[in-house]
Design a binder for this molecule. Sequence first.
Ligand SMILES: *[C@@H]1O[C@H](CO)[C@@H](O)[C@H](O)[C@H]1NC(C)=O
Ligand SMILES: *[C@@H]1O[C@H](CO)[C@@H](O)[C@H](O)[C@H]1NC(C)=O
Ligand SMILES: *[C@@H]1O[C@H](CO)[C@@H](O)[C@H](O)[C@H]1NC(C)=O
Ligand SMILES: *[C@@H]1O[C@H](CO)[C@@H](O)[C@H](O)[C@H]1NC(C)=O
Length: 320
Amino acid sequence: MRSSLTLLLSAALALAAPTPPEDDTPLPVLIWHGLGDTFNGDGIKQIGELIDSVHEGTLVYPIGLDPDPNSDRTASWFGNTTQQIAQVCAELAAHPILSTAPAVDALGFSQGGIFLRAYVERCNFPPVRNLVTFGTPHNGISEFQACATTDWMCKGAMALLKMRTWSSFVQNRLVPAQYYRTVDPETGNASEEYLEYSNLLADINNEREVKNETYKKNIASLNKLVMFQFSDDVTVVPRESEWFAEVNGTTRTVFPLKDRPIYKEDWLGLKKLDEKDGLEFRIAPGKHMQLSDKVLKAAFKEYFGPLKASSKAPKPKLDL
Ligand SMILES: *[C@@H]1O[C@H](CO)[C@@H](O)[C@H](O)[C@H]1NC(C)=O
Ligand SMILES: *[C@@H]1O[C@H](CO)[C@@H](O)[C@H](O)[C@H]1NC(C)=O
Ligand SMILES: *[C@@H]1O[C@H](CO)[C@@H](O)[C@H](O)[C@H]1NC(C)=O
Ligand SMILES: *[C@@H]1O[C@H](CO)[C@@H](O)[C@H](O)[C@H]1NC(C)=O
């Protein structure tokens, strides 16, 4: 009698306060590739397989600006990034699965990380939980990379660049010019021309006088912004930009993010994110985009996967 009453009671309690089923479906992962790459290149395919090997059943969504891989590659060099990002926002918001996901994770390679951050700031639907960037020049580049002799697309871009970096002609067409950043040699602050003409970076870094509160709110809403800097990067100049640092080009003095007004005055929500332990500065050994499976798998394990795991599981240490 007593035991059946207990059973009945516990059954009633279970009905009254049902515990939601543990959903262990991994969150989808967006990938935005780098300069000169395409959404369906072999490298990106392998990354997708690696994510699936760590979190089986992950919907991996490599972002492309054109279904034709060659046009997508061209778009990584040429185009107006404002329009490119808006296009991706519209596609993700209309995607039948992604748009119904509670959240997604995001993986940005090199310049792709800048665009994913812009996506978070400007759109963030579906919302991003963890944004992981590898070799992303968050504080821009102060030099353009040298082109390989056979890289006609790079050469075309450089020819365009000679028509003046800050002209609206170039800012409207050459992708790397839109995250090029110069400083005033006297003050060390962002230069007037950069603040006035930068089509992307000065805006998404909230460096102009009027700050966009949505950008700030959305960055602070991330669970994690994880910035991997390559230890021997010579492609991104300066490589400390991958940790959002500023570097004096003459003396090579590094001003870390936390010493800069963008952080101290919290123009972008990075300080707020840091205060909830959401800002991570990590090192990946090697040159630009010299990614090892070991580093990638450790990162995927730590930052991707089901929604619940990340908040519950004790934080594993990355073994680099
Ligand atoms: C801030 O950004 C949001 C999202 O892109 C945009 O809708 C809004 O107009 C911007 N606000 C200002 C003041 O520029
Ligand atoms: C890039 O496109 C946006 C949106 O169409 C436009 O407002 C902006 O002026 C363009 N940028 C340049 C430098 O032409
Ligand atoms: C440099 O920027 C900081 C932060 O915005 C500002 O307080 C300072 O006055 C600027 N320095 C000069 C010389 O413009
Ligand atoms: C860089 O350092 C040099 C030497 O200390 C200094 O004269 C110059 O103003 C600094 N430039 C910037 C942009 O901070």
